[in-house]
Design a protein around this ligand. Sequence first.
Ligand SMILES: NC(=O)c1ccc[n+]([C@@H]2O[C@H](COP(=O)([O-])OP(=O)(O)OC[C@H]3O[C@@H](n4cnc5c(N)ncnc54)[C@H](O)[C@@H]3O)[C@@H](O)[C@H]2O)c1
Length: 260
Amino acid sequence: MQITDATHAFVTGGASGIGLAIASALAAAGAAVSLVDIDAAAAEAAAARLAQQGWRAEGLALDVRDRDGWQGARAAAEAAFGPVSVLVNNAGIAPDGQKLADMTAQGWDRMIAINLTGAFNGVATFGGALREAGAGHIVNVASMAGLIAEHPGLGAYAAAKAGLIAMSEVLRSEMAPHGIGVSVVCPGMVATSLADTTAKITGVRRDGDPSLLARGMAPAQVGREVLAAIREDRLYVITHPDRGGPVKARFQAILAGFGL
Ligand SMILES: NC(=O)c1ccc[n+]([C@@H]2O[C@H](COP(=O)([O-])OP(=O)(O)OC[C@H]3O[C@@H](n4cnc5c(N)ncnc54)[C@H](O)[C@@H]3O)[C@@H](O)[C@H]2O)c1
């Protein structure tokens, strides 16, 4: 789709990292952006920084698990900037590193509720209106972990992200006849504060090398690639093509099962 000054993007987890980078790329291209986040103060501060650059942005509070909250955030966003035409389901938490046999049911449920059902809640809130409008785009931020689901300690995260990829593929088929594009973003490591925001939200911090994320790709690059994918209506947004080896091996093993 074309990004114009009539475009209004609703970006969950928009207060920081990849969400803020996607919102910034869209705002720089002319869109108005609603940054919605469980951390309302951070969302408002981020929106104020974008507004200082002359872009149209506002910050709103939303926990993507809260279905009533979605309706309120939609009403507030649309009162400010008109109908939402781009939905970015980006809010997410990091894996806690627990093996599936050891993780708590609470940890599993929280991961699925935020990283998978949170995106469904977005589609349930905006999907019907987008379909009626006949133009727009939905972006779901998944992960490379949804394509290479083998690493110990990533079970719930990988399951949520693989589910989000599957959901995006079905959604694309369902929405295409109505002029709505769908993209799913599958990044490797990106330099964000995901470990810190997750610890704040869940009280859980995964053991491991804290500098791993910091060595990742700049979020702005992900933002630029997502903007291009929206414009070109591309389904898969693969930001780390150098990580393709294990994906190829996985698909070859699946194809071998079919004798192909
Ligand atoms: N950083 C990476 O290496 C990486 C790689 C692949 C995928 N991702 C995905 O990218 C997305 C964005 O993460 P990020 O790396 O930019 O981290 P981030 O912590 O900078 O951004 C995540 C944002 O989501 C918000 N959030 C968390 N739970 C929420 C909830 N229940 N409701 C509303 N907002 C909530 C946080 O407050 C935070 O602002 C996540 O879905 C993550 O799984 C990140």
